[in-house]
Design a protein around this ligand. Structure first.
Ligand SMILES: Nc1ncnc2c1ncn2[C@@H]1O[C@H](COP(=O)(O)OP(=O)(O)OP(=O)(O)O)[C@@H](O)[C@H]1O
Ligand SMILES: [Mg+2]
Length: 266
């Protein structure tokens, strides 16, 4: 390739990267998910549209059965919508085959579930190593990165414990280490503190806050106002639809101004 052609190719690549960077991490348009149960239809999502920008920390709340987990599974490419479109980092996931989809999921998304979902009996370190096996890393590199992820969540002293030898809060921290070990840009958490006491909840929320501060996008389902209050934005679902979408930063700022007295009240 000539120098000029090479320079043009580099410029084109930079433009492509630039435009990709400006894409929202998540863009969904009129998402519908209907389950067929015998002769009845369950309308879990009835037309959801949502934009989430890079670096946001979003809480999703709503009554049981309102479609939160269905939405989360769609965002995580674990479930395909009945209709509507989903662009993850600008990529229309509908156009990807199963291999590309699992590759995308593995590279870009870290999942945290209410039930931890660790493999029982094997050590914390091996649990955290698992996602790296798909990434094709050598055993030494895997162990090193898994140990670092466990240290990052304060579990450096428990590398060899089986998951059945850990408390709930410790198991959830191992699960978070497993979610972040591939360094994903997007963390999806479905009621990550649902099974935890208040002390472990605080630990887990601090980890999410740090992950968000380091640039990761975090989307978290919760039933607890207190937990949702740690996010910057709150999306409420009811009956398969978004019924509210508000910036918590603005709410906090308004409350602060209001608290300053009559002159500052809004
Ligand atoms: N695999 C499935 N097959 C059939 N119906 C399903 C399936 N998964 C979810 N549903 C139904 O879709 C609706 C939404 O379920 P979803 O799990 O998304 O709710 P949720 O908001 O996460 O509730 P919860 O707070 O109880 O976890 C519910 O009516 C549920 O019964
Ligand atoms: Mg759910």
């Amino acid at each position: 390739m000539s120098d000029r052609a090479g320079t043009a190719a580099v410029a084109a690549r930079k433009r492509a990267e630039g435009s990709r960077r400006e894409q929202p991490v998540i863009r969904i348009e009129d998402l519908i998910r209907t389950y067929v149960m015998g002769r009845t239809l369950v309308r879990a999502l009835r037309g959801v549209s949502l934009l989430i920008e890079r670096g946001e920390y979003v809480a999703i709340m709503g009554p049981s059965g309102s479609g939160k987990s269905t939405l989360m599974n769609t965002l995580g490419c674990l479930d395909a919508p009945t209709s509507g479109r989903y662009f993850l980092d600008g990529v229309d996931v509908r156009l990807l085959d199963e291999d590309d989809l699992s590759d995308l999921r593995n590279r870009k998304i870290g999942f945290v579930f209410q039930g931890f979902n660790l493999v029982p009996k094997i050590s914390a370190l091996t649990n955290v190593e698992l996602p790296l096996i798909y990434a094709g890393l050598s055993r030494g590199a895997r162990r090193h990165r898994a140990a670092r992820a466990l240290q990052a969540v304060g579990m450096g002293a428990r590398l060899d414990h089986g998951s059945n030898e850990l408390s709930g809060g410790q198991q959830q921290r191992v699960a978070i280490a497993r979610a972040i070990v591939t360094n994903p840009a997007l963390i999806l958490a479905d009621e990550p503190t649902g099974n935890l006491d208040s002390h472990s909840t605080a630990d887990v929320l601090k980890i999410f806050e740090d992950l968000n501060a380091s640039g990761r996008t975090v989307v978290m389902i919760t039933h607890e106002d207190e937990v949702a209050g740690h996010a910057d934005r709150l999306v409420r679902l009811a009956d398969g639809r978004i019924v509210a979408d508000e910036s918590l930063e603005l709410v906090e700022a308004a409350a602060e101004i209001g608290a300053r007295g009559p002159l500052g009240s809004v």
